[in-house]
Design a protein around this ligand. Structure first.
Ligand code: C5P
Length: 317
């Protein structure tokens, strides 16, 4: 008898605004952020095993391989260090499941880029395992499991455009109109999120602590579907810290300006630089300029908002 196999897709994201408060006692920073999911996806296939083993294999999508090469195994952990593996363990423990799983990840989101590719793997793996093992998980339970895996994981489950408070994991939907067109400049070397937060603390040492706050400009631009207003309102409090660790990103931001992007910011903790375009055609023109200026290892075009985790198929034996 064939084993049950479930395939789930979850999106990458860009932060339209990332306001960061002072380091709290729990080792995290309070955030006020606006996430937008974009149509670059991670697809996780979970196939039930009769024994208790967990296995993991990872391949890039053809588009990602063309951009960054196909040696994904060199930069993505293939063991318990992978968030998808941890998601499988968390689901198995919560529901007392006595079985294993074969996980396969098809990666379409740049690795270690500040676009939540690893978080999308975790969200997709949690949904896929819960369904493949027939756990009867509710949406609230999946939210809790995702929040236990990382601050960005609940948003990967949720998708669309949302405000994130707390660690970024307390979500509420944001009103948006229309589609926004993005170009992402991918870099060779990733940045570590904890290191970027530490650099943020170091740069801000001595400054009076300010509570994180949402930007009215971003919320209004989204509700109006106005990419020009959104471009002008993009902001990221981690940008100076990421630039301090990776100063060459300044050239990438300048090249975005030269190509008349409506706005450009470092995505999350970086190093991916996100540029907002007026249209898909404009996004392609910006990408061409970035190539010519040699300020990115590769570029990817995407649009948002995109849906959160969805089950693509479920082959029940
Ligand atoms: O939640 P996640 O595992 O993605 O966080 C990775 C690290 O990033 C944390 O251990 C912490 O150092 C830092 N972080 C933070 N404040 C947040 C989210 C993450 O300081 N709100």
């Amino acid at each position: 008898m064939a084993a049950r196999r479930v395939r789930v897709r979850a999106p990458g994201k860009v932060n339209l605004q990332l306001s960061v408060g002072p380091l709290a006692e729990d080792g995290f920073h309070p955030l006020a952020t606006v996430f937008q999911a974009v149509d670059l996806y991670e697809t996780v296939t979970a196939t039930v095993r009769a024994d208790r083993r967990i296995t993991l294999a990872v391949d890039p999508t053809p588009a990602l391989a063309a951009a960054v090469g196909d040696d994904i195994g060199a930069v993505v952990p293939l063991d318990q260090g992978n968030l998808a593996w941890q998601a499988a363990l968390a689901v198995r423990e919560r529901y007392g499941i006595d079985a294993g799983i074969d996980l396969h990840i098809l990666k379409g989101v740049p690795v270690a880029g500040g676009m939540a590719g690893g978080s999308a793997d975790a969200a997709a793996a949690a949904v896929a395992c819960a369904q493949a093992w027939d756990c009867g998980a509710t949406r609230t339970e999946l939210d809790e499991i995702c929040a236990s895996l990382g601050s960005d994981v609940p948003f990967s489950l949720h998708g669309h455009t949302a405000v994130g408070l707390g660690r970024g994991d307390t979500l509420s939907p944001a009103m948006t109109r229309g589609q926004f067109h993005w170009v992402f400049a991918i870099q060779d070397q990733g940045l570590s999120t904890p290191e970027v937060f530490r650099e943020f603390d170091r740069l801000g040492a001595g400054a009076p602590p300010a509570a994180p706050a949402l930007s009215d400009e971003v919320m209004h631009a989204l509700a109006a579907g106005d990419p020009h207003a959104l471009g002008a309102a993009l902001s990221n409090d981690l940008q100076d810290a990421a630039l301090s660790l990776a100063p060459h990103l300044d050239r990438t931001l300048t090249a975005m300006e030269e190509a008349e992007a409506l706005g450009a910011i470092i995505s999350g903790s970086g190093p991916t630089v996100a540029g907002l375009a007026a249209s898909r055609h404009h996004a392609l023109a910006i990408a061409a300029h970035l190539h010519a200026a040699k300020v990115a290892a590769a570029t990817v075009i995407a649009s948002g908002p995109a849906p959160g985790a969805v089950v693509l198929d479920d082959s029940t034996p």
